[in-house]
Design a protein. Structure first.
Length: 194
Protein backbone atom coordinates (compact mmCIF):
# COMPACT_ATOMS: atom_id res chain seq x y z
CA UNK A 1 0.00 0.00 0.00
CA UNK A 2 1.42 3.38 -1.03
CA UNK A 3 2.42 5.78 1.72
CA UNK A 4 0.88 9.24 1.87
CA UNK A 5 2.61 12.30 0.46
CA UNK A 6 1.95 15.99 0.91
CA UNK A 7 -0.03 16.16 -2.33
CA UNK A 8 -2.51 13.61 -0.88
CA UNK A 9 -3.54 16.08 1.82
CA UNK A 10 -5.95 18.99 1.82
CA UNK A 11 -4.65 22.44 2.66
CA UNK A 12 -6.05 23.78 5.95
CA UNK A 13 -8.51 25.97 4.04
CA UNK A 14 -9.69 23.15 1.79
CA UNK A 15 -9.97 20.78 4.76
CA UNK A 16 -12.17 23.27 6.61
CA UNK A 17 -14.59 23.07 3.66
CA UNK A 18 -14.31 19.33 3.06
CA UNK A 19 -14.08 18.12 6.66
CA UNK A 20 -17.76 17.24 7.30
CA UNK A 21 -18.05 15.09 4.17
CA UNK A 22 -14.56 13.62 4.53
CA UNK A 23 -15.13 12.80 8.21
CA UNK A 24 -18.45 11.08 7.40
CA UNK A 25 -16.74 9.05 4.67
CA UNK A 26 -13.93 7.96 7.02
CA UNK A 27 -16.31 7.05 9.86
CA UNK A 28 -18.36 4.91 7.48
CA UNK A 29 -15.15 3.31 6.15
CA UNK A 30 -13.93 2.55 9.68
CA UNK A 31 -17.08 0.65 10.68
CA UNK A 32 -15.90 -2.53 8.99
CA UNK A 33 -12.35 -2.07 10.31
CA UNK A 34 -13.22 -2.07 14.02
CA UNK A 35 -12.98 -5.31 16.00
CA UNK A 36 -14.09 -5.54 19.64
CA UNK A 37 -12.23 -8.27 21.52
CA UNK A 38 -14.13 -8.87 24.71
CA UNK A 39 -15.76 -5.99 26.50
CA UNK A 40 -12.75 -3.72 26.97
CA UNK A 41 -10.35 -4.01 24.02
CA UNK A 42 -10.96 -2.58 20.57
CA UNK A 43 -8.71 -2.88 17.55
CA UNK A 44 -9.05 -0.28 14.80
CA UNK A 45 -7.32 -1.59 11.68
CA UNK A 46 -5.62 1.30 9.91
CA UNK A 47 -5.15 1.96 6.21
CA UNK A 48 -4.24 4.94 4.04
CA UNK A 49 -7.67 6.56 4.43
CA UNK A 50 -7.84 6.26 8.23
CA UNK A 51 -4.29 7.55 8.56
CA UNK A 52 -4.97 10.40 6.14
CA UNK A 53 -7.84 11.43 8.38
CA UNK A 54 -5.58 11.30 11.47
CA UNK A 55 -2.99 13.49 9.75
CA UNK A 56 -5.61 15.97 8.52
CA UNK A 57 -7.00 16.25 12.05
CA UNK A 58 -3.54 16.80 13.55
CA UNK A 59 -2.74 19.48 10.97
CA UNK A 60 -6.08 21.14 11.72
CA UNK A 61 -5.77 21.04 15.52
CA UNK A 62 -2.13 22.12 15.53
CA UNK A 63 -2.67 24.66 12.70
CA UNK A 64 0.27 23.17 10.79
CA UNK A 65 0.67 24.49 7.25
CA UNK A 66 4.44 24.76 6.77
CA UNK A 67 5.91 22.01 4.53
CA UNK A 68 8.41 20.92 7.21
CA UNK A 69 5.65 20.47 9.80
CA UNK A 70 3.49 18.54 7.35
CA UNK A 71 6.46 16.31 6.50
CA UNK A 72 6.93 15.56 10.22
CA UNK A 73 3.31 14.45 10.53
CA UNK A 74 3.64 12.26 7.43
CA UNK A 75 6.82 10.71 8.85
CA UNK A 76 5.07 10.02 12.17
CA UNK A 77 1.89 8.50 10.73
CA UNK A 78 2.96 6.76 7.49
CA UNK A 79 4.43 3.77 9.38
CA UNK A 80 0.88 2.96 10.54
CA UNK A 81 -0.23 2.19 6.96
CA UNK A 82 -0.05 -1.54 6.08
CA UNK A 83 2.82 -2.53 3.79
CA UNK A 84 0.97 -5.11 1.69
CA UNK A 85 1.92 -8.21 3.73
CA UNK A 86 0.72 -7.04 7.12
CA UNK A 87 -2.17 -5.57 9.03
CA UNK A 88 -1.72 -2.64 11.39
CA UNK A 89 -4.07 -1.70 14.17
CA UNK A 90 -4.51 0.78 16.96
CA UNK A 91 -5.41 -1.14 20.12
CA UNK A 92 -7.55 0.69 22.68
CA UNK A 93 -8.06 -0.54 26.23
CA UNK A 94 -11.36 0.97 27.28
CA UNK A 95 -12.73 1.33 30.81
CA UNK A 96 -15.03 4.35 31.18
CA UNK A 97 -14.43 4.75 34.92
CA UNK A 98 -11.08 6.46 35.51
CA UNK A 99 -10.30 4.58 38.75
CA UNK A 100 -11.17 1.20 37.28
CA UNK A 101 -9.06 2.00 34.20
CA UNK A 102 -6.05 2.86 36.37
CA UNK A 103 -6.38 -0.47 38.24
CA UNK A 104 -6.91 -2.48 35.05
CA UNK A 105 -3.89 -0.98 33.27
CA UNK A 106 -1.75 -2.37 36.10
CA UNK A 107 -3.45 -5.78 35.92
CA UNK A 108 -3.16 -5.87 32.11
CA UNK A 109 0.58 -5.17 32.02
CA UNK A 110 2.01 -6.85 28.91
CA UNK A 111 -1.36 -7.43 27.21
CA UNK A 112 -0.09 -5.81 24.00
CA UNK A 113 2.29 -8.77 23.54
CA UNK A 114 -0.54 -11.31 24.02
CA UNK A 115 -2.67 -10.42 20.98
CA UNK A 116 -2.76 -12.87 18.07
CA UNK A 117 -4.38 -13.10 14.65
CA UNK A 118 -5.72 -16.57 13.86
CA UNK A 119 -6.42 -17.45 10.22
CA UNK A 120 -8.09 -20.81 9.78
CA UNK A 121 -5.90 -23.66 11.01
CA UNK A 122 -2.64 -21.83 10.31
CA UNK A 123 -0.22 -20.91 13.08
CA UNK A 124 -1.35 -17.81 14.99
CA UNK A 125 0.43 -14.54 14.26
CA UNK A 126 1.39 -12.75 17.46
CA UNK A 127 1.23 -8.98 17.16
CA UNK A 128 4.40 -6.90 17.20
CA UNK A 129 3.60 -4.02 19.55
CA UNK A 130 4.75 -0.42 19.74
CA UNK A 131 7.71 -0.56 17.37
CA UNK A 132 8.05 3.20 17.35
CA UNK A 133 7.99 3.80 21.09
CA UNK A 134 7.51 1.70 24.22
CA UNK A 135 4.20 2.79 25.71
CA UNK A 136 4.10 0.62 28.82
CA UNK A 137 6.08 1.12 32.01
CA UNK A 138 7.56 -1.54 34.26
CA UNK A 139 4.31 -1.72 36.22
CA UNK A 140 1.43 -0.92 33.86
CA UNK A 141 0.36 -1.03 30.26
CA UNK A 142 -0.78 1.98 28.27
CA UNK A 143 -4.39 2.50 27.17
CA UNK A 144 -3.32 2.78 23.51
CA UNK A 145 -0.92 0.56 21.56
CA UNK A 146 0.03 0.19 17.91
CA UNK A 147 0.15 -3.37 16.60
CA UNK A 148 1.52 -5.00 13.46
CA UNK A 149 0.55 -8.49 12.31
CA UNK A 150 3.11 -9.75 9.77
CA UNK A 151 1.62 -12.38 7.44
CA UNK A 152 3.42 -14.87 5.21
CA UNK A 153 2.12 -15.89 1.78
CA UNK A 154 0.05 -18.78 3.16
CA UNK A 155 -1.69 -16.50 5.67
CA UNK A 156 -2.46 -13.91 3.00
CA UNK A 157 -3.81 -16.57 0.61
CA UNK A 158 -6.08 -18.05 3.30
CA UNK A 159 -7.30 -14.75 4.74
CA UNK A 160 -10.25 -14.06 2.43
CA UNK A 161 -11.75 -17.55 2.66
CA UNK A 162 -10.97 -18.69 6.22
CA UNK A 163 -12.37 -17.99 9.63
CA UNK A 164 -10.27 -15.11 10.97
CA UNK A 165 -10.16 -14.21 14.65
CA UNK A 166 -8.34 -11.95 17.05
CA UNK A 167 -7.46 -13.61 20.35
CA UNK A 168 -6.03 -12.17 23.54
CA UNK A 169 -4.51 -14.64 25.98
CA UNK A 170 -3.46 -12.71 29.08
CA UNK A 171 -3.76 -13.88 32.68
CA UNK A 172 -6.14 -10.99 33.44
CA UNK A 173 -7.95 -10.83 30.09
CA UNK A 174 -8.81 -13.70 27.75
CA UNK A 175 -11.10 -13.04 24.82
CA UNK A 176 -11.57 -14.04 21.21
CA UNK A 177 -13.49 -12.35 18.43
CA UNK A 178 -14.22 -13.81 15.00
CA UNK A 179 -14.13 -11.17 12.28
CA UNK A 180 -17.41 -10.58 10.49
CA UNK A 181 -17.37 -11.14 6.73
CA UNK A 182 -17.47 -7.35 6.21
CA UNK A 183 -14.36 -6.87 8.36
CA UNK A 184 -12.49 -9.72 6.70
CA UNK A 185 -13.35 -8.33 3.24
CA UNK A 186 -12.26 -4.81 4.20
CA UNK A 187 -8.96 -5.98 5.67
CA UNK A 188 -8.22 -8.23 2.68
CA UNK A 189 -7.81 -5.02 0.66
CA UNK A 190 -4.71 -4.22 2.72
CA UNK A 191 -2.74 -7.00 1.03
CA UNK A 192 -0.74 -6.75 -2.19
CA UNK A 193 -2.10 -9.20 -4.72
CA UNK A 194 1.00 -9.28 -6.93
Amino acid sequence: MRKLAQEDLYTLEAYARERPAFRARVLEHKKSRIVHVGGHVTLVFEDALTIRYQIQEMLRVERIFEPAGIAEELDAYNPLIPDGRNLKATMLIEYPDENERARKLVELHGIERRVALQIGDLAPIVAIADEDLERSTDTKTAAVHFLRFELDAAHVAAFATSVVAIAIDHSAYCARSVLAVEARTALAHDFDRA
